[in-house]
Design a protein around this ligand. Structure first.
Ligand SMILES: Nc1ncnc2c1ncn2[C@@H]1O[C@H](COP(=O)(O)OP(=O)(O)OP(=O)(O)O)[C@@H](O)[C@H]1O
Ligand SMILES: [Mg+2]
Length: 417
């Protein structure tokens, strides 16, 4: 039987499914109880296109995690991504209801509900309404209006919606195994949880999770989420081009990329031809010799293109002002040696590689950028757990229902109070 404090996460990625179970009794340093990883099936560019196949792969990952943890997974936080996801910043307003015009938690809830209503319809499922800041009677930049006086409360919120059909297909995979979905979390937000620091979010930072089928983007400024998007490109395109360029099967191209691929300069030999890979060592039986430089030229072209696409996604060209903390790259493709230097050249900002941190227990495999989303989902869930269990200090919150208290705590986190 899982303990009440057990939190689970499932990252349904284009190349792998990662399931993690952890004890979240201590939010700051949760203990990983079990990790299960399975090769992905039935997905394209981050989206479930064959629910039966995808369910099989998700089941395999869950079984492995359950086996390691020695308990069953009952509920999980699940990541969602894909081109069908839309994000925008919206404004909504309500009148403050109390006769003494003191803003209450109820007003906060109503103003966010009005943002939800504006953005709901049958084809789009609302995933997140994240408050970025409040305006009280025209005074903007208010982080927490509860207890302040005013007549009109406006909220600026980051609203994320997804295509209902894609959401249903993803839910089907997990629920079909008998695991309840606690919450669907936008993957760029999950990855950001795992790899960004509070000071970076405050100053302004861009997080890009470069996976296999998608590049998940999140931009934070003044402590709040500013922009999220999903680009339908990642490591698969690189592998596919290596396979076509060298005339080798996809699996061998993947092996070559991971073993020899680099964006750093490779030393040339006396003839200037550089390191060669003997095809026989990769199981090729046609005596093929592969030039590492050819592989790296393909990788360089694809990464340049990907970074330029990322640049076009930026809401402003003045990056020095927009993201003074620079960029944090994560996801499996950020394992490419030298990708940080290439990104620095393109963006002219500091760049670092984000690796999940603060995970303990059976967690060795998770110290890899490829697990940023899975670990971030767990952190998201762990915070939810502690919000439900914790007792807020403010007297205004002391008598709230559990749901409302959770809501207010969540809202506080979103605006980084
Ligand atoms: N050392 C490496 N060098 C180059 N590429 C790598 C390396 N390690 C992993 N990759 C690439 O990272 C990608 C997998 O990354 P990740 O696990 O983050 O993707 P995913 O979560 O399955 O997919 P997505 O998030 O796009 O749906 C693959 O394309 C893989 O080839
Ligand atoms: Mg991923």
């Amino acid at each position: 039987m899982p303990k009440k404090s057990t939190v689970s996460a499932i990252d349904v990625g284009t190349s792998k499914i990662a399931a993690i179970m952890a004890d979240a009794a201590d939010e700051a340093s949760f203990q990983v109880l079990g990790v299960g990883v399975a090769a992905s099936k039935g997905l394209r560019k981050g989206v479930v296109v064959n629910p039966d196949e995808a369910r099989e792969a998700v089941h395999e990952a869950i079984k492995k995690a359950e086996h390691a943890a020695g308990i069953k997974m009952e509920t999980a936080y699940v990541g969602i991504t894909g081109r069908h996801v839309n994000s925008l910043n919206t404004k909504s307003a309500v009148a403050v209801t109390r006769s003494d015009r003191v803003v209450s938690a109820g007003d906060l809830k109503r103003v966010l509900e009005s943002a939800r209503e504006v953005n709901s319809n049958a084809e789009r499922r609302l995933l997140h309404v994240i408050p970025r800041g409040y305006t009280l009677d025209g005074q903007d930049g208010v982080k927490n209006p509860i207890g302040m006086h005013g007549f009109r409360l406006d909220v600026e919120a980051h609203v994320v919606t997804a295509a209902t059909s894609s959401v249903q297909n993803l839910l089907k995979c997990v629920r079909g195994i008998g695991v309840d979905v606690e919450d669907l979390v936008l993957e760029p937000l999950a990855s950001s949880e795992a790899v960004l620091r509070a000071d970076e979010r405050e100053a302004g930072v861009l997080m890009a999770d470069i996976g296999a089928g998608t590049t998940d983007v999140a931009l934070f400024k003044e402590g709040s989420i500013w922009h999220t998007s999903v680009l339908p490109v990642g490591g698969y395109q690189i592998t596919r081009d290596i396979a076509i360029g060298l005339g080798v099967p996809f699996e061998i191209a993947e092996e070559i990329k991971k073993k020899y691929g680099t964006l750093l300069d490779v030393p040339q030999d006396k003839e200037g031809s550089g390191e060669k890979i003997d095809g026989a060592s990769l199981g090729l039986d046609n005596g093929q010799q592969i030039l590492v430089q050819d592989v790296n030229d393909i990788i360089r072209a694809r990464i340049d293109e990907l970074l330029r696409m990322l640049q076009l996604e930026m809401p402003s060209a003045n990056l020095e002002a927009l993201i003074p903390a620079g960029m944090v790259l994560t996801g499996g493709t950020s394992n490419l040696p030298g990708i940080d230097a290439v990104a620095t050249d393109v963006f002219r900002t500091p760049v670092r590689i984000g690796v999940p941190k603060d995970v303990y227990g059976l967690a060795d495999i998770l110290y890899d950028p490829a697990y940023a989303t899975a670990v971030g989902l767990l952190m998201w869930g762990a915070r939810r757990y502690s919000e439900d269990e914790g007792t807020p200090a403010e007297s205004a919150a002391a008598n709230m229902s559990k749901g409302l208290r959770r809501f207010v705590n969540k809202a506080k986190h979103w605006v980084n109070l």
